[in-house]
Design a protein around this ligand. Structure first.
Ligand SMILES: Cc1ncc(COP(=O)(O)O)c(C=O)c1O
Length: 388
């Protein structure tokens, strides 16, 4: 309860001109497309928008298959199940990400193994992955944090060296790319989120992208109560999940996807503005964009350099007093009550994650953010740093 209270307080803005952390950009196109699904998307058309969205989303990411799911958490669970992850297995993942990246590991009674992060891109560090591999490791989950891309070359190499599949959690990375390859094309499978806070939204929604025929067939089978598309009616071969998408949800996603350049452009523009307006402030770090890459900038991250002696909670408390919202950099998962007993083991192993997380915040990134609001927020950052 206390956590919820903090969240509401920390996000409270000025009622007249509220700055939102996240929120979508919905136009007439989305409204008309959803209306079409509502009016016509029934009977033999009940999955038309799901099919169209899946097909075009896969093609855009140069993948053979796309499977839409109720959200991204279920997409990861589906993929891990499809890969055969089971009780007693280990799956490697970064310390700093939303808990959903690894929830599926626990659903399957496997064990998450936490890795340190890179101090520049804040994503999983391949050197740390290498150290965590055991005979029980069944998969490596890389997360494109805030739209930042990890060292994919390094991760692919580690996966190859040990014959362990790589999964790309691209939930936050629509529009990002690494050395000319789009986020979502890495590893044996990748997942996206269309949560209401994401760049492309369906309210709740997710997508699993795959290239492998057999893995696709398995995941497709697992998504709808273990039946075969060419099998007899009401005939189930296994007890599996019910992770089917809904056509109206897909219609919204399909329409948003037609505007992907505009939506990603908005996010990238916000990151650019934050960087420009705070360029005189020394010793702060933003989402990087290495040469040859694109940062889709789902949300802007700001890490205060050590010289500022500013923790994320200090910063958020001071900002909220100025009527400005911010969110904390993801906590190291091993430090959370959700993973009892993990902190003792992982804090000494993952010092970069514990350090960066303690000094990082996320800046407002709603699609309706104005330049004036960004100015106001940047003035707030300057004020709290001067007051130290
Ligand atoms: C990195 C990451 N992975 C997974 C998810 C899960 O997405 P969803 O909320 O669609 O289940 C999210 C989003 O919240 C995320 O940010």
């Amino acid at each position: 309860m206390a956590q919820t209270g903090v969240r509401i307080k920390m996000e409270a803005g000025n009622a007249m001109d509220k700055i939102y952390m996240a929120g979508p950009w919905i136009t007439e196109l989305e409204i008309k497309t959803v209306e079409d699904a509502m009016r016509n998307g029934w009977y033999e058309h009940a999955y038309d928008y799901c099919e169209k969205f899946q097909k075009e989303f896969a093609a855009y990411h140069s993948r053979k298959y796309a499977i839409m799911t109720p959200n991204c958490t279920t997409a990861i669970h589906l993929l891990l199940t499809g890969l055969g992850v089971k009780e007693g297995d280990e799956v490697i993942m970064p310390e700093c990400t939303w808990i959903a990246s690894g929830a599926g590991i626990s659903y399957l009674k496997a064990t998450p193994v936490f890795c340190d992060i890179d101090p520049i891109n804040w994503c999983i560090d391949p050197k740390s992955v290498e150290k965590r591999i055991t005979s029980k490791t069944k998969a490596i989950i890389a997360v494109d944090l805030f739209g930042n891309m990890p060292d994919m070359d390094g991760l692919i190499q580690v996966g190859k060296n040990h014959n362990i599949p790589l999964i790309e959690d691209a939930a936050e990375a629509v529009g990002s790319s690494y050395k000319g390859v789009k986020a979502g094309k890495f590893g044996i499978g990748s997942v996206f989120s269309f949560h209401r806070t994401k760049t492309i939204t369906t309210g709740e929604g997710g997508m699993l992208l795959l290239d492998d025929d057999k893995l696709f067939e398995r995941c497709f089978f697992l998504r709808d109560h273990g039946r075969k598309s060419d099998g007899p009616m009401y005939y189930n071969y296994e007890v599996t999940y019910k992770y089917m998408p809904f056509n109206v949800q897909a219609a919204l996603g399909y329409a948003q996807f037609q505007r992907i350049d505009e939506l990603v452009g908005k996010k990238r523009e916000q990151l650019k503005m934050y960087k420009e307006k705070l360029r005189d402030v020394k010793d702060i770090q933003f989402n990087p964009e290495p040469p040859g890459g694109v940062n889709g900038a789902w949300i802007t991250g700001l890490v205060f350099g050590k010289s500022h002696k500013m923790t994320k909670l200090d910063a958020m408390e001071k900002l909220v007093k100025l009527g400005l919202p911010a969110r904390p950099f993801f906590y190291p998962l091993s430090s959370l009550p959700a993973y009892p007993g993990f902190k003792e083991k992982y804090e000494p192993l993952n010092p970069v994650a514990y350090d960066i997380s303690s000094r990082g915040i996320n800046l407002p990134g709603a699609a309706n953010l104005t330049e004036e609001q960004i100015n106001r927020f940047c003035d707030g950052i300057k004020t709290i740093l001067k007051k130290k």
